[in-house]
Design a binder for this molecule. Structure first.
Ligand SMILES: Cc1cc2nc3c(=O)[nH]c(=O)nc-3n(C[C@H](O)[C@H](O)[C@H](O)COP(=O)(O)OP(=O)(O)OC[C@H]3O[C@@H](n4cnc5c(N)ncnc54)[C@H](O)[C@@H]3O)c2cc1C
Length: 293
């Protein structure tokens, strides 16, 4: 099992970090294929992988199991995510202590999305309202943990304006965030403009762009609608043209993502985080292309 380095330490090396995000499956039976996907991805040596966090008992346990198996069995650097949804401060403290005891030194600290069936985020009694509260709590309890925080180039859907969202990001950064990972976007201009605005807000943290290779047209329409990221017309029409051929759709998605990644790295992004939707093949192709660019 490799020593879990902090992402700040990895960023200090000055080369672009290439990382992959997994989400926990709905049932314990589906963990095995995910671990196999992790093993395939490990062959191209990502700098780290992250595992998203779902609220609620079983999903929460599955997140922890996936993280543990990716770290101990596959030998990857793993960053578990943690959200404020459905937990009191005492419960979050216990989860954090477990993470720390298991050797994790990076956590993606988030407020979290409302659980299925709820339209708004509800603060749990005795819990936290904003990710910045969780960031401050973790920094106080385990100062050696490196914290990722989320940023939204096209604005968080609930924020009144990009300015108010950036004000909130500044609070989160000042509370102890170490780096920012962005929401997915398909036009790199959105990222570069965001970086300028974040800097103008006095936030100097590294900003790692999040890139999602499209796997299916219907799926990406649903995802972009949820997170209110723009699906460019050019990409949508390329996908529509080949919609009946899943492999052709995947190719369009991977090639679009590869072009994004190449330009982002060329123009100085500190790395790229790939939202791989638990599929190894596209992530491996993108990482290999980025390394050979
Ligand atoms: C990289 C990444 C990883 C993610 N991983 C997960 C995951 O594992 N599990 C999951 O459930 N969801 C995940 N999400 C989704 C995320 O939880 C949602 O987008 C959620 O709605 C907001 O989380 P946040 O941490 O950005 O919240 P916050 O930073 O708390 O922001 C939430 C909203 O409140 C506003 N706000 C924040 N602080 C203040 C303040 N002090 N005063 C006034 N307004 C404020 C913000 O502008 C924003 O509109 C992820 C998102 C990203 C980009």
């Amino acid at each position: 099992m490799p020593k879990q380095q902090t992402i700040s330490e990895l960023l200090e090396k000055g080369r672009p970090l290439l990382s992959v995000e997994f989400f926990p499956p709905k049932t314990a039976e589906s963990i095995e294929p995910l671990v196999q996907a992790g093993k395939r991805i490990s062959t191209c040596n990502p700098d780290f992988v992250s595992v998203t966090y779902g609220a609620g008992g079983s999903t929460r346990d599955l997140s922890a199991t996936v993280s543990r198996r990716m770290k101990d069995e596959v030998g990857l650097q793993v960053m578990p995510h943690l959200t404020c949804v459905g937990s009191t401060q005492a419960e979050l403290g216990e989860i954090l202590d477990d993470f720390h005891n298991e050797g994790y030194r990076n956590i993606m600290a988030l407020r979290g999305d409302p659980p299925q069936g709820q339209s708004d985020f509800q603060v749990t009694e005795g819990g936290f309202k904003y990710a910045s509260d969780l960031v401050a709590f973790i920094k106080d309890r385990h100062p050696d943990i490196c914290l990722g925080i989320a940023g939204y180039p096209e604005k968080h859907p609930e924020a009144e304006s990009l300015k108010s969202d950036l004000d909130a990001l500044k609070i989160k950064a000042d509370a102890g965030g170490s780096f920012i990972t962005t929401q997915l976007f398909f036009e790199n201009a959105a990222y570069f403009e965001y970086v300028d605005q974040v800097r103008a807000h006095g936030i100097n943290l590294p900003i790692i762009p999040g890139i999602m290779p499209v796997l299916a047209l219907k799926q990406i329409k649903r995802i972009t609608q949820l997170c209110q990221s723009e699906l460019p017309r050019a990409l949508e029409s390329q996908l529509s043209e080949v919609e009946s051929d899943p492999e052709a759709v995947r190719r369009v998605g991977v090639e679009w993502a590869m072009r994004q990644v190449e330009e982002l790295i060329e123009k100085g992004a500190p790395g790229v985080h790939i939202y791989a939707l638990n599929k190894a093949k596209s992530a491996i192709e993108i990482i290999n292309a980025a390394r050979n660019a």
